[in-house]
Ligand binder design. Structure first.
Ligand code: SF4
Length: 460
């Protein structure tokens, strides 16, 4: 929903070749650009046989938006011709039933501990369609939405009272609103034209709906953005006392609206602007009493627990439904085809809606994540959290210590002052500067094989 930039392949080597602070936002490892066609198209019933299934996450992907934000490289299309959302929900239901049957084939019923509707913009769907989406999650996929945290992404114009009423009634615990900037000129500059008055009205409707956790997404590094205008946006957001705030650095990536205007070439002045605005925002939120959860995420200390943080759970499986969603077993990550270009996205969505149920029985594109890759993923996704990595948990899972598995990487972070304390402790944690450089830390932990796959990916 927000500026989740595609990780780009960084130069090979264990440590970052430079200290460019904005190499890539690593929200999941490995990135989809490292996935490949799985020649054996393994059956889901075999992939999931014997897997732990008592605390799965369910993710339903809705690949539609009213506009395409200039920075966006997510899997989404602008608008939907007549009938497409219905056809998409039909396909989603077929997939949900097929996947549920496959997961239960070994005799253990899947149990979901969290659910999320993402996109795209799930609230692009009408209120009636959102009812149906919840029915699919409950009746076809088997999640008890009122019993688990349910996170939903929305945009200001689509956060209407009727949609929010459905979402609140069906158990939504967290509503994430992509605001990006409260300054109209900056919103236009990031190619997300909107008026502040409309954003404020949407925030009012969300609060009126009584959804327990409101998250506001903001972006820094927009052309013309200054510390003053950034503070203006932060204070406007804080006026709503959101339970969560995500501060995203702007990225410009190939094939996105902004990317067409210029390549993401090294730009030290822009890096410096983003770092400066990051520190400014971080300090302002900390002074306002927020707790930093990761480089991007800040939470009010009294916020109720929600499904949302950018800590992809290290061990629990994920069932993703919809054509842009990924799924994780303990050893394989898989999804459908991936694209950023609008024509390609439309083709993939059209292919998805035309699939009969049996076409959802197998994994087609993915990457095995075991051995060294599972260790990397655990280290990377833990280290990027402010709480860091508990060495005892890592040892319990893998039988080894991260210091022994990744000595060069950790030494390099320590040498740059990116680790709090030394590398010998029972908790590995980034220092404030390390957190500020999270988008360099993450890519530095990519394996050579994943880097090579990402570099060889044919962008479309
Ligand atoms: S609203 Fe749509 S286009 Fe904009 S960032 Fe979110 S997913 Fe991308």
């Amino acid at each position: 929903m927000t500026a989740t930039a595609t990780p780009e392949a960084a130069p090979a080597g264990a440590a970052p070749a430079s200290v460019r602070p904005y190499e890539a936002y690593v929200y999941a490892y490995p990135h989809k650009t490292a996935y490949r066609r799985l020649p054996d198209r393994p059956a889901l019933r075999d992939l999931w046989a014997g897997q732990p299934k008592d605390a799965l996450s369910l993710y339903l992907h809705i690949p539609f938006c009213e506009v395409r934000c200039g920075f966006c490289n997510l899997f989404t299309r602008i608008g939907a011709p007549d009938g497409l959302t219905t056809a998409y929900l039909d396909a989603l239901e077929r997939q949900a039933r097929t996947v549920r049957e496959a997961l239960a084939a070994d005799g253990t019923q899947p149990r979901f501990a969290a659910a999320a509707f993402g996109g795209g913009t799930p609230t692009f769907l009408t209120a009636r369609e959102l009812e149906r989406l919840c029915d699919i999650a409950e009746q076809a996929a088997g999640a008890d939405l009122r019993a688990v945290p349910l996170s939903v992404e929305a945009s200001p114009p689509t956060a209407t009272a009727d949609r929010l009423a459905v979402l609140a009634e069906r158990g939504t615990t967290r509503l994430s609103l992509g605001v990006q900037s409260f300054v109209d000129r900056e919103a236009r500059s990031a190619v997300r034209p909107q008026r502040r008055a409309d954003v404020e009205a949407a925030l009012g409707r969300i609060r009126d709906a009584g959804i327990p956790v409101l998250n506001i997404d903001l972006i820094y590094g927009i052309d013309g953005q200054t510390e003053d205008t950034w503070r203006h946006s932060l204070e406007a957001a804080l006026a709503w006392s959101p339970e969560e705030l995500y501060l995203y650095p702007l990225y410009v990536r190939p094939l996105t609206g902004l990317g067409r205007r210029g390549a993401d070439a090294p730009d030290p002045a822009w890096d410096e602007q983003r770092l400066r605005l990051y520190r400014h925002g971080r300090d302002l939120l900390l002074a306002a009493g927020y707790r930093q959860v990761s480089m991007r995420m800040f939470r009010r200390p009294d916020a109720p627990a929600s499904a949302a943080d950018d800590h992809a759970c290290q061990t629990d499986g994920m069932v993703g439904l919809g054509c842009g969603a990924r799924s994780y077993t303990s050893t394989l990550h898989y999804s459908f085809d991936y694209a950023v270009d609008m024509g390609e996205i439309r083709r993939i969505i059209d292919d998805y809606v035309g699939r009969p149920a049996r076409d959802f029985e197998r994994a087609e594109i993915g990457r095995h994540v075991d051995g060294d890759e599972a260790r990397r993923r655990h280290l990377l996704q833990s280290l990027l959290q402010a709480d860091g990595l508990a060495v005892s948990e890592y040892r319990a899972r893998f039988g080894t210590a991260p210091q022994g598995d990744f000595p060069a990487e950790l030494a390099s972070f320590a040498a740059r002052g990116w680790l709090a304390g030394d590398t010998t402790g029972e908790r590995l944690r980034l220092s404030p500067e390390g957190l500020a450089h999270s988008d360099a830390v993450g890519p530095a932990l990519f394996s050579p094989a994943v880097r090579a796959a990402m570099a060889a990916y044919d962008r479309k």
